[in-house]
Ligand binder design. Structure first.
Ligand code: SAM
Length: 265
């Protein structure tokens, strides 16, 4: 008999993965190794949790829905060591959770209504995270992984690719979930880059440059960035002031922000 009786809650983005083949593909993509510290965000009724727990023996999950806590605990009996954190994931300090026992591997079929805040929250703790495997709306994954020149290349692509290696792994249709969401989904892997490789001294300035550049997508860099710098600055950073944001590689944004950061105030 199932431990889980409460109906899915729309406000918590509850779309439970029900297709075994996609569950297996996620577990294969995560491919846990002995000693890995797996943390699942939003275990729900345990679609991914229990296959991972069977394979790995231990797992920490973060779930906000109080109706799922006891059923998850009961269903884990005899399967493995499940640690449940009953909290809003946005209130969980991943750096504290990692402590000095090594970085975390985050996994989750995320609630789509707050997937971007969760992503940026995880990135704030990137030093405590070795990788992430997330199910998200396909449209969001496409934007995250887009290359320059693509229609969907934008602020999200640059902000994520500057800090992580982003790989779109596979798509998942609505029919794989109960209840089915209205949109297609996809699984993405994010691997935070080492700080030395990122090369961004002033993250706030970098974010500002990227935001302004794409805020005025159709404008030239010179016009879009007029609040931040001059055309001469853009040229001095080795870029064309008449280029548009979507033509710039991630490394170009990094170079521009680094150059602007090096100018006297
Ligand atoms: N992993 C399960 C699966 O694949 O079937 C459930 C995925 S469901 C899309 C998202 C899960 O995240 C739900 O269990 C929901 O209760 C949980 N959730 C929603 N908001 C949350 C939050 N702020 N913090 C932690 N968990 C949350």
């Amino acid at each position: 008999m199932s431990h889980f009786k409460a109906p899915p809650k729309k406000n918590l983005g509850q779309h439970f993965l029900a297709d075994r083949s996609y569950i297996d593909r996620i577990v294969m993509a995560v491919n846990p190794k002995p000693g890995d510290r797996l943390v699942e965000i939003g275990p729900g009724q345990g679609a991914i949790t229990f296959p991972l727990l069977r394979k790995h023996g231990e797992l920490t999950v973060i779930e906000f829905d109080r109706d799922l806590i006891t059923p998850l605990m009961e269903a884990s009996e005899g399967v493995g060591r499940l640690t449940i954190i009953h909290k809003d994931v946005l209130q969980v300090d991943f750096s504290k959770l990692a402590g000095d026992e090594g970085p975390l591997r985050l996994v989750g079929n995320l609630p789509y209504n707050i997937s971007s805040p969760i992503l940026f929250h995880a990135l704030e703790h990137a030093g405590a995270v070795s990788d992430m495997h997330f199910m998200l709306q396909k449209e969001v994954v496409d934007r995250m992984a887009a290359d320059p020149g693509s229609k969907v290349y934008g602020r999200l692509s640059v902000m994520l690719q500057a800090y992580c290696t982003v790989t779109s792994l596979f798509d998942v249709p609505p029919g794989a979930f109960r209840p089915p969401p209205k949109v297609d989904s996809a699984v993405v892997r994010l691997v935070p880059k080492p700080a030395a490789e990122i090369g961004i001294a002033d993250p706030a300035l970098f974010e500002r440059v990227v935001r302004d550049a794409f805020g005025q997508r159709r404008k030239t860099l010179r016009n879009a960035l007029s609040q931040v710098c001059t055309g001469a600055d853009i040229e001095a950073a080795g870029l064309r002031p008449d280029a548009r944001a979507e033509q710039l590689a991630v490394a170009d944004f990094v170079r521009l922000a680094q150059f602007l950061g090096s100018l006297p105030p």
